[in-house]
Write a protein that binds this ligand. Structure first.
Ligand code: PPE
Length: 309
């Protein structure tokens, strides 16, 4: 990872190398940090953040679940993200805001640890590689299950949830796959370690609802909107494991993974190919908006470069 110039920390931009914390920071011990991941895409009008407001809103909601009060307003955080992208001079980048409980007393019950916020940016290819977006990835079913409802809050993007995600992706990669598909506690399809899942079945788009222990992805939301606009039938419903093998296409969505087609599951090829025709249409619709090749009719983009006079 190539360091950028600056990281925003607790209200100011400081050099990348100086953005450090104490080893007794509460969140390091108890996994209670909250993070976001968003992207700025290169457009003809300069870098543009995708769904800035929604990412910041989700971060505040995640913190509310964990009873963490962010010491900045949502508007101040949005501005800080813009300032960080500008300062680091990126044309395109990944943005990682992180809220955590800092140094202070230890013990599971947080007592008096300051709530800190950092925003880092760096240039990052698609999660599974840019070629994966073009030609798909091979995945497996994970032997792990997603957190059961009433255990970890899957709707909150809390770092502790990513212990489960790491078990999933480490196992998958160890066995020669790019990613694992995870079932929920009842055996229904949930998500990938860092992506939501979509099937194309009989030409309709099918995706698990939030009740199946998923993170309610912002890319997922955009794909749902685009699919509806194309007149595709959209079904949000519980998906049994075997439905994967009746599906023509399967793809994964996420800020880091963008729209990554799945080529095979447990070595069984998806019959519609990767990307299949529906996935390809959705990819084209998505990338043409985020790269500013067509008008931003949904208001998804926030340009970070001041208009030159
Ligand atoms: N589920 C999980 C578990 C998840 O982590 C992500 C994003 C999604 C779904 C998709 O959400 P959205 O980005 O809002 O469409 N995962 C982030 C972290 C990835 C990483 O490797 O780090 C991301 O994509 O930024």
């Amino acid at each position: 990872m190539k360091p950028s110039e600056a990281i925003w920390m607790d209200g100011e931009l400081i050099p990348w190398g100086q953005a450090q914390i104490h080893v007794l920071s509460h969140s390091l011990h108890y996994g209670n940090a909250v993070f976001e991941g968003m992207r700025a895409y290169a457009t003809p009008g300069g870098p543009a953040l995708l769904r800035l407001r929604e990412h910041v809103r989700r971060m505040f909601r995640s913190c509310a679940v964990l009873d963490m009060e962010i010491p900045f307003s949502p508007e101040a955080v949005e501005q800080a993200v813009i300032d960080t992208v500008r300062r680091n001079g990126h044309e395109s980048c990944y943005v990682r805001p992180l809220v955590f409980r800092g140094a202070g007393p230890l013990g599971v019950l947080p007592k008096g640890n300051p709530i800190q916020l950092i925003i880092a940016t760096w240039e990052w290819d698609s999660l599974h590689g840019n070629e994966a977006v073009e030609s798909g990835v091979d995945v497996c079913f994970s032997s792990w299950r997603r957190m059961a409802p009433g255990t970890h809050p899957s709707m909150a993007k809390a770092s502790g949830n990513y212990l489960n995600s790491q078990l999933v992706i480490q196992e998958a990669v160890r066995n020669g796959y790019a990613e694992g598909l995870v079932l929920d506690v009842d055996g229904y399809l949930s998500e990938g370690s860092g992506e939501n899942l979509f099937l194309v079945q009989d030409g309709a788009i099918v995706t698990p609802p939030i009740g199946n222990s998923i993170l309610e992805g912002i890319t997922r939301d955009m794909v749902i909107q685009l699919a509806r606009e194309m007149g595709l039938e959209l079904r949000e419903r519980r998906i049994p494991r075997e439905a994967i093998f009746f599906a023509e296409e399967l793809f994964m969505t996420g800020t880091a993974a963008e729209i990554t087609p799945v080529r095979s599951v447990d070595r069984r090829a998806m019959e519609g190919g990767a990307p299949g025709p529906v996935t390809k249409r959705l990819q084209e619709a998505f990338f043409s908006i985020v790269e500013g090749r067509v008008p931003d009719r949904h208001g998804w983009l926030t340009h970070t470069r001041e208009a030159s006079s």
